[in-house]
Design a protein around this ligand. Structure first.
Ligand code: ADP
Ligand code: MG
Ligand code: MG
Length: 215
């Protein structure tokens, strides 16, 4: 069971990488408006390192925690940039909450996402409304928790949470950035959504489709 959880985590990381590769240019263009234009390149490099590390580790039969912690470290080390550190912390937090021994359950997945989000806040210090990926992450975590607590399946709850996250990511176009590289060019970013919020929403949407197809 713990092995199945690790194998599925590795598969999801391949999905994450494929999704980012598909949207890489668009993410770069979004980041070029008020940032430095490297969000697509950085996310692709990080997601590729995470997926490859996970794939290589599988041969050694790790649990989900080991797999995600190592994949997160690879993401942070290879991506460069703010989003690499943030995504590294997110995978690390999810992995630590899942543990190595048990099979993942809907409750442990919620705990993992929650712990990952706490790590992102601890490291980056961003709050909702600052025009960062936290604006997409926060409603995702809240909605997923509510859905699973009220008895929805993980896949259904995740898809509802991904929809909330997508809406929130698009709504960041009306915000002014308070943190990060886009801060000095705050006015230029009005009318354009935050690239990190958009990439987060794309990733959780793709993962939700994968979860649903597995049920
Ligand atoms: P960099 O800004 O170092 O070039 P990226 O372009 O890859 O890195 O990522 C930019 C994204 O990082 C932003 O769109 C925003 O969503 C996210 N971000 C920036 N600062 C923070 C922070 N303090 N906490 C969370 N996310 C952040
Ligand atoms: Mg950038
Ligand atoms: Mg950069």
């Amino acid at each position: 069971e713990s092995r199945r959880a690790a194998e599925f985590a590795a598969e999801l990381l391949q999905t994450v990488h494929a999704t980012i590769r598909e949207h890489q240019d668009e993410l770069g263009r979004l980041d070029a408006i008020a940032g430095d234009g490297d969000h697509g390149i950085g996310m692709e490099r990080g997601a590729r390192a995470a997926a490859e590390t996970a794939q290589q580790l599988l041969e050694r039969g790790p649990g989900a925690q080991t797999l995600l912690v190592e994949a997160g470290a690879a993401w942070g080390a290879q991506a460069g940039g703010t989003s690499g550190v943030i995504w590294g912390a997110l995978l690390d937090g999810i992995g630590r909450a899942l543990g190595d021994d048990a099979a993942a359950t809907p409750d442990s997945a919620v705990a993992g996402v929650r712990q990952g989000a706490e790590a992102v806040t601890r490291i980056g210090g961003a709050h909702p409304g600052d025009k960062t990926m936290v604006d997409a992450l926060h409603p995702f975590v809240e909605t997923l928790g509510e859905q699973v607590d009220s008895g929805e399946s993980l896949a259904a709850g995740w898809q509802a949470a991904a929809a909330a996250s997508t809406e929130a990511a698009e709504a960041t176009k009306d915000l002014l950035p308070k943190l990060g590289r886009a801060r000095p060019h705050a006015e230029k970013s009005l009318g354009t959504p935050d690239p990190g919020a958009i990439s987060f929403a794309l990733i959780v949407t793709a993962v939700g489709e994968k979860l649903a197809s597995r049920e």
